[in-house]
Design a protein around this ligand. Structure first.
Ligand code: 5RP
Length: 257
């Protein structure tokens, strides 16, 4: 991966999060480009410090990358709980609610996050927003009767007072995109989500909906990366924000196996 400005911001957030990983931990490995940097740096730390880490990937893509980089993997069914999960986000609001699923991995991501003692969300600063909803909200539905599920979602949105919205079936070239579980994704263009907690509950009550991309009360630590190497670490529970400088050269210095 090339270190563009955007990638540099993602890398600083990723490196800062990997510093929380300790020897012996079982770690949920998120999906998307920011998480890919996290996997890359984790692999380097494991190799350099001879760490014993087990990873639980949240998508086939992350599994493949982690395997290529020599990270030992396990599954959720083989462990009682995960010590930590590090994952990216598409949006994060000031209450640390998230929209995830831009990479269609929201279902596994939510299960892995919920099974974790601590969740660190990493992103470049552009993902931090006042109100969620500019990024389309992904909803994973089973293929059977998906048009019915779509109509039910439309009715539910109207009931909840959303009037200016659009729902699109996510495509992969000319056919519908399939998630790792073989389901479909409906992207809800809502523009503004006023009550994420209510919406997530209501969407998940619709027949055919497997999960939606709202992650409410999931994030414990948010790390926002900047191009210049500065990160902001927001500790949600303790309501504490600290600024740190990350030395990107540490990434280049460390070598993988
Ligand atoms: C995948 C996700 C990703 O975490 C989210 O899309 C952010 O991706 P990126 O780091 O590439 O911006 O939720 O389902």
């Amino acid at each position: 991966m090339k270190l563009t400005n955007e990638n540099q911001a993602k890398l600083t957030a990723a490196m800062s999060a990997v510093d929380y990983i300790e020897d012996g931990m079982t770690v949920g490995l998120g999906s998307g480009s920011t998480s890919a940097w996290m996997v890359e740096y984790l692999a380097k730390r494991i190799s350099k410090e001879n760490l014993s880490i087990k990873g639980v990937p949240t998508s086939f893509a992350t599994k493949k990358l982690a395997e290529t980089r020599g990270i030992s993997l396990t599954t959720l069914d083989q462990v009682d709980a995960l010590d930590l999960t590090i994952d990216g986000t598409d949006e994060c609001d000031k209450n640390y609610n998230l929209i995830k699923g831009g990479g269609a991995a929201l279902l596994h991501e939510k299960i892995v996050a919920k099974a974790s003692k601590k969740v660190i969300i990493i992103a470049d600063v552009s993902k931090y927003v006042n109100t969620l909803g500019n990024f389309p909200l992904p909803v994973e539905v089973i293929e059977f009767g998906w048009r019915f599920s779509k109509t039910q979602i439309e009715l539910k949105l109207l009931q909840l007072g959303y009037c200016n919205f659009k729902i699109e079936l996510r495509m992969n070239d000319k056919s519908a995109l399939k998630t790792d579980e073989g389901n479909l994704i409906l992207d809800l263009k809502l523009f503004e989500i006023k009550n994420p907690a209510k919406l997530t509950q209501e969407l998940n009550s619709i027949p055919g909906v497997v999960e939606n991309g709202l992650f409410v009360d999931v994030c414990n630590i948010l790390i926002l990366g900047n191009v210049n190497g500065d990160v902001e670490v927001c500790d949600v529970l303790n309501k504490k924000i600290t600024k740190k400088r990350i030395d990107i050269f540490k990434f280049h210095e460390a070598s993988t196996r």
